[in-house]
Design a protein around this ligand. Structure first.
Ligand SMILES: Cc1cc2nc3c(=O)[nH]c(=O)nc-3n(C[C@H](O)[C@H](O)[C@H](O)COP(=O)(O)O)c2cc1C
Length: 425
């Protein structure tokens, strides 16, 4: 598997143990990276083409360069390990299997942005990863990989785990910062962006687990090594979480630009037996659904965008012909309605209204006008919500109606979902 191409350390037995990690070259990037000037490190990450793996795909080196240099305030690094996007489950495994890889990347990132303190904000339900990463931090302190004067380089870095408490919105970076500060986890108005005014109103970089897990490898092997995979705008490898109607769901690390059908048919073992592909959500629940005929593309940022969706957090949800697309939209909107923080009206009211209509369509059929009403509501939410949670909650509705409008109409004509009736729900 492609896992063997890059992060082979993920596949070393018990690599979460410090001795095993160090025995296989772990923490070797620190001597090199921590003796580089911070700007040099930022330029290296820029040159690698690494884009943030948390969803938005923002170039990591460029983000780091936004931290102001002329401030007396402390700088902070925050690792976003809140991972709650339906369909995405890669960060959990990265932390469970190889926690030191994350810590090593964070130490380097702290040096690059001039931070002496970093927090790992881990989804509260991830009890295992919280314990594993906390233990790894203890081990790293005991061996001098964390704390004062790391490995004699003169660099000081402290890291701490902060458990979340179970809300999807806390993955949104500004809500996460509020939660980390002990306030209600509601999103903040931007600008100012966190790089300028983040945690405790100080310059803060927030990066995803997978983003940070790439850093030590880039420092050890160089920017060109990383760029040997993928394309100009989608460099490196990507861990893709594949779930749904496939024979072998799981996390697969592949070079970006791997054909999407190869991901489904070879890595995930194909659509479950006897069934055929109907649709794919390529990047977590916040991106538009692609019909099967649009799935013959490469899995990279630009190809997926050209096909009408987004790579997002790389949670690929595969659906076969038995899937009711009204049911999919209802299910996903139910999630967003539950997770809406309620701060802004379009999201609070819109997710609730969409759910009520979808529920009627699914259970009793609703009315033909409901379909255009749904589109009208999504139009009043798109780009008008306070944060992207609301903006993206409409994706399954808009793409569902665009590609499978006939299914919505059939629900009205049939007085609800026929499949649901047949299954006795
Ligand atoms: C509702 C919502 C939930 C999010 N959840 C996560 C998450 O669980 N993990 C994550 O890394 N980014 C999440 N993001 C994106 C973050 O706001 C942020 O862009 C990301 O952590 C930046 O890291 P990166 O530059 O390394 O990608 C979420 C965004 C939104 C709007």
């Amino acid at each position: 598997m492609a896992n063997e191409i890059v992060f082979s350390r993920n596949h070393i037995d018990n690599v979460k143990d410090l001795d095993v990690y160090v025995g296989n070259g772990g923490y070797s990037s620190l001597q090199k990276g921590l003796t580089m000037a911070p700007d040099e490190l930022i330029e290296l990450v820029k040159a690698s083409g690494l884009r943030g793996r948390g969803g938005a795909g923002f170039p990591t080196g460029m983000k780091w360069s936004f931290v102001p240099k002329d401030t007396s305030k402390p700088h902070y690094l925050v690792c976003n390990a809140d991972e709650s996007e339906p369909g995405t489950f890669k960060d959990r495994q990265l932390m469970e299997v190889n926690p030191h890889q994350l810590l090593e990347g964070m130490i380097l990132a702290c040096h690059a942005i001039g931070a002496k303190t970093g927090f790992i904000y881990i989804r509260g339900e991830f009890v295992g990863p919280i314990q594993i990463v906390s233990r790894a931090i203890e081990q790293a302190y005991a061996r001098g990989y964390l704390g004062k004067n790391i490995q004699g380089t003169g660099v000081d870095v402290d890291l701490a785990v902060h458990p979340g408490a179970g809300a999807y919105i806390w993955g949104e970076e500004s809500a996460l910062l509020n939660s980390l500060e002990g306030q209600r986890g509601l999103p903040r108005l931007k600008p100012p962006f966190p790089a300028v005014s983040g945690l405790y109103a100080s310059p803060t970089i927030i990066n995803n687990v997978e983003t940070l897990a790439n850093i030590s490898h880039i420092v050890n092997n160089g920017a060109d090594w990383f760029k040997q995979w993928g394309t100009e705008r989608s460099a490196g490898t990507k861990v893709v979480s594949i779930s749904g109607h496939v024979n072998r769901p799981g996390n697969y690390e592949v070079p970006l630009a791997t054909p999407m059908m190869t991901l489904i048919n070879e890595f995930a073992g194909g659509v479950r037996d006897g069934h055929k592909l109907k649709a794919v959500i390529p990047g977590g629940s916040s991106v538009p659904i692609l019909p099967a005929e649009k799935c013959d593309i490469n899995y990279d940022y630009e190809s997926i965008q050209a096909a009408g969706s987004m790579l997002g957090s790389a949670g690929m949800i595969v659906m076969d012909e038995t899937t009711c697309m009204v049911g999919v939209a209802r299910n996903l909107v139910h999630f967003y309605r539950h997770e809406s923080c309620g701060k802004c009206t379009p999201c609070r009211e819109g997710t609730d209204w969409m759910f009520k209509i979808l529920n009627e369509l699914e259970l009793t059929g609703g009315q033909m006008d409901d379909i255009d009403l749904l589109l009208d509501i999504t139009d009043n939410m798109d780009g008008k919500c306070f944060c992207p949670l609301g903006d993206t909650s409409i994706m399954s509705v808009v793409s569902g109606i665009e590609h499978w409008r006939h299914e919505f109409e059939e629900h009205v004509r049939n007085g609800g979902c026929q499949q649901r009736a047949q299954n006795g729900h």
